[in-house]
Design a protein around this ligand. Structure first.
Ligand code: SAM
Ligand code: SF4
Length: 434
């Protein structure tokens, strides 16, 4: 039997794509292996959102090339956003790659693999056209029995000026609500307790469908499905965070009290240059509306430091907004110029040293803030979905409804939802007692 090794990089959408790639590979009769050395087919599912992701992949690919030289029958497959972004240049840079398939063409991966078997050593099979097939409808080989990702949209047409995603994942498309409800119902029936709905901007869900269902209406349909305990979603665009959605988070028992709401910058000038479509005041007003409707909500964010033309005053505005918004956690990034995006050719590109120093200030503030917010939870109770053994000996690792990792002492089993007393906090995790 032929074997495969798969490694996926990047966001949750990519992780979910990897589940679909596994389904394709296994339906082609390939058996999974844990190391590339043991595999006939080596697959990397790539990310290109920042340059660091490209550099990491280059290292893995040179390892794969070495393995192919040792055993020439091996097939090297690269899927995802990097080959889609670079296309011919990617194929030329990595001549040993046999198959390259972009994220909108995963439904044709089996076809590409079969075609590669028929080619000579130098032949490369590439699929990069903007197929209209909805990847959300592809079957998945899901890893976890009680949690599942469900794609509700693909692509993005927001064109934030720094972002490569609209170029590599195509235009925004929503999956039909009936198909999503049917998929989640089937998952719940199989024992899945928690689903995470995925899309680049879930708040815009349905705007492209004939019946124009809203995201909140979709949440209401999912909330009543028997057996389902938790619904999460990501990512929310602040511009489209409606009162209707806030009400759904407040009212629906299954919808978890966590909203990931990427801010990017607290400077109106930078937000405009990023093409984000909101101001700092708008953002803060949305945060306040959310907190007043859902007092125990956790709000997490993404921040970019060192955007072209960003001044010390702009950074001060960001630090100020972060102070006032009181985030529960933040992902902080150094701006990375992605070829082809509008921001890559803006004047005022900043030296890396300046960007790095600024990101460190954002990290310091957001970590202090997160620690302080966690500390407030000590002494209270949290509902925890137990995911598996913790790295801390004798404890279980799970997540609260607010998406905080809780390491729990006591009797429990994976998949179980327990109430834990919170006994201790760090900036990223909590300790609890079952
Ligand atoms: N659609 C989501 C949204 O609007 O927030 C997120 C998609 S993106 C993969 C995740 C995060 O990566 C963004 O929120 C942004 O902070 C960051 N990011 C995207 N492009 C970037 C770039 N060129 N340089 C640095 N960070 C970037
Ligand atoms: Fe990128 Fe903006 Fe679309 Fe998010 S909303 S994927 S940051 S373009």
């Amino acid at each position: 039997m032929k074997t495969y090794f798969l490694r996926s990089f990047g966001c949750q959408m990519n992780e979910h794509d990897a589940e679909r790639i596994r389904a394709v590979l296994e339906s082609e009769g390939l058996a999974r292996r844990e190391t590339p050395e043991d595999a006939d087919v080596i697959v990397y599912n790539t990310c290109t959102v920042r340059r660091s992701a490209d550099q990491r992949l280059a290292g893995h690919l040179s390892g794969a090339a070495r393995l192919k030289r040792q055993k020439p029958g091996r097939t090297i497959v690269v899927t995802g956003c990097l080959p889609q972004a670079e296309q011919a240049a990617f194929l030329a840079e990595y001549p040993f790659v046999d198959v390259a398939v972009g994220p909108q063409n995963l439904h044709r991966l089996a076809e590409a693999l079969r075609a590669a078997r028929g080619t000579t050593d130098s032949g490369q099979v590439a699929l990069f056209d903007d197929g209209d097939a909805m990847s959300g409808d592809l079957p998945s080989r899901r890893e976890r029995p009680f949690q599942a990702w469900v794609q509700i949209m693909s692509g993005c047409t927001n064109f934030c000026s720094y972002c490569i995603v609209p170029f590599v994942r195509g235009r925004e498309r929503s999956r039909g609500a009936d198909a999503i409800v049917a998929e989640v119902a089937a998952l719940a029936n199989r024992g899945v307790r928690e689903v995470t709905l995925l899309g680049q901007n879930v708040n815009a869900y349905g705007a492209d469908l004939a019946e124009r269902p809203t995201f909140a209406s979709l949440l209401r349909r999912l909330d009543v499905l028997p057996g389902l305990a938790r619904v999460r979603f990501m990512t929310s665009h602040p511009r489209d965070l409606s009162d209707e959605l806030i009400a759904a988070v407040a009212e629906l028992p299954t919808v978890c009290e966590h909203v990931h709401l990427p801010l990017q910058s607290g400077s109106d000038r930078v937000l405009a240059a990023m093409n984000r479509g909101y101001t700092a005041d708008w953002y803060l007003a949305r945060v306040r509306a959310l907190r007043s409707a859902v007092p125990n909500v956790s709000i997490t964010t993404d921040l970019i430091a060192g955007f072209p033309g960003e001044t010390e005053d702009d950074l001060a505005d960001t630090l100020d907004l972060v102070q006032r918004a009181e985030f529960d956690a933040a992902f902080t990034f150094v701006f990375s110029a992605r070829p082809g995006t509008a921001a890559a050719s803006l004047p005022g590109q900043l030296p890396f040293e300046v960007q790095r120093e600024r990101v460190q200030r954002l990290i310091a503030l957001t970590q202090d803030q997160a620690r302080e917010r966690r500390t407030r939870l000590v002494g209270g109770m949290a509902e925890v979905l137990v995911e598996g053994p913790s790295r801390q000996p004798g404890r279980w690792r799970g997540r609260s409804r607010q998406n905080v990792v809780v390491n729990v002492a006591g009797t429990a089993q994976p998949g179980e939802i327990i109430n834990a007393l919170i006994t201790d906090a760090t900036s990223t995790t909590l300790k609890g007692l079952a």
